[in-house]
Design a protein around this ligand. Structure first.
Ligand code: ADP
Ligand code: MG
Length: 321
């Protein structure tokens, strides 16, 4: 079992940002309202994620390291209507097999502090902690030197975690996020539910102030979001963030629809900063296209693309006028 965990780890855990992603998504699934991430050397030497979510009892904490230990799929049918972020139940098992991990967790009544090395529980004691979970990872990939070799510079690895945190913060404005790297705050949001505050935290208050809002809907989809005119920023295509039912996605055609909406009025080779939130019946979106869950297939795509382009174009027209 240890070997299969290590193999699975190769798929789930590519780099420090993969660990951050799995832990933060678990915290979101646990209904945390504050999530703090501390990294040293971009997470290569140290990763800590602290949340104030539901936490776990001692029994659940021990179970959470077993493979396919997910508490998140009730019926098989749920696989087709997935709302929570995690659903494969292998992240903790996989990650714990390639690092030295400490998990402190409490559900408010019981809890545990576990120390796990290379996938084996080495020590266990009662947790002294208010409700929530505090996981630290030291020496990621210490026992998989081949994986270590593929890692890039601290700056590149940090960039991956920052992109990830930015997306998660934008997709969850009601959660207060904090990302600290080598003692320096990289991102901090207030969790009051305002996308504009998150945009200001990521892109700076001066850019956020210039953004306009847009909303639109069809029978099947609702969209809303914020954007700036491209001429005002040095943004690249990467500054267009797209979310479907709260989940960040890569979708080339939706991104193109956003860009096209601007180019009707501003035919220049520049990109807006934009955050686009698409809401629709989960049955219309297929999350299972890619295991990393970023690529999705959308039903009624032409209808959605038209909605996106027309809604933003109308908003741009009002701003330009
Ligand atoms: P998945 O998220 O796919 O269910 P994981 O391996 O990421 O699988 O986590 C296993 C289980 O551990 C989760 O289903 C959840 O019950 C529990 N868990 C993990 N992290 C947390 C957390 N931060 N707070 C509460 N429960 C957690
Ligand atoms: Mg998970």
């Amino acid at each position: 079992e240890w070997l299969s965990n290590k193999i699975a780890a190769g798929e789930v855990v590519e780099r420090p940002a993969s660990v951050v992603k799995e832990f933060v998504e678990n915290a979101i699934d646990a209904d945390a309202t504050t999530i703090e991430v501390f990294l040293e050397e971009a997470g290569l030497s140290f990763i800590q994620v602290v949340d104030n979510g539901s936490g776990m009892s001692e029994e659940d904490a021990l179970k959470s390291f077993a493979r396919h230990a997910t508490s998140k799929i009730e019926k098989e049918q749920d696989l087709f209507r997935i709302r929570t972020l995690g659903f494969r139940g292998e992240a903790l098992a996989s990650i714990s097999s390639v690092c030295k991990m400490t998990m402190k967790t409490s559900d408010g009544q019981g809890g545990a502090e576990l120390y796990i090395e290379g996938g084996h529980i080495k020590s266990q004691k009662p947790a002294a902690l208010r409700q929530g979970t505090d996981i630290t990872v030291a020496q990621l990939f210490y026992n998989t030197p081949a994986r270590l070799k593929y890692l890039k510079t601290v700056q590149t690895e940090l960039g991956h975690s920052m992109d990830l945190m930015n997306r998660l913060a934008l997709g969850n404005p009601h959660i207060a996020f904090k990302l600290v790297h080598n003692g320096q705050v990289q991102l901090q949001t207030n969790g009051r539910g305002h996308v504009q505050q998150v945009l200001a935290a990521i892109y700076g208050a001066h850019n956020a102030k210039k953004m306009f809002e847009f909303t639109g809907e069809t029978n099947d989809y609702k969209i809303h979001g914020f954007a700036t005119l491209p001429e005002l920023t040095r943004a690249s295509k990467n500054y267009i963030s797209i979310f479907v039912n709260g989940r960040w996605v890569k979708h080339y055609l939706v991104q193109k629809a956003v860009v096209d909406a601007f180019h009707t009025y501003l035919p220049i080779e520049r990109y807006p900063i934009a955050a686009l939130f698409i809401e629709g019946d989960p049955q219309l979106t297929d999350v299972n296209v890619h295991p990393a869950k970023h690529q999705i297939r959308l039903s009624k795509e032409p209808e959605l693309l038209q909605l996106v382009e027309q809604t933003i174009r109308a908003a741009v027209r009002d701003v330009v006028r």
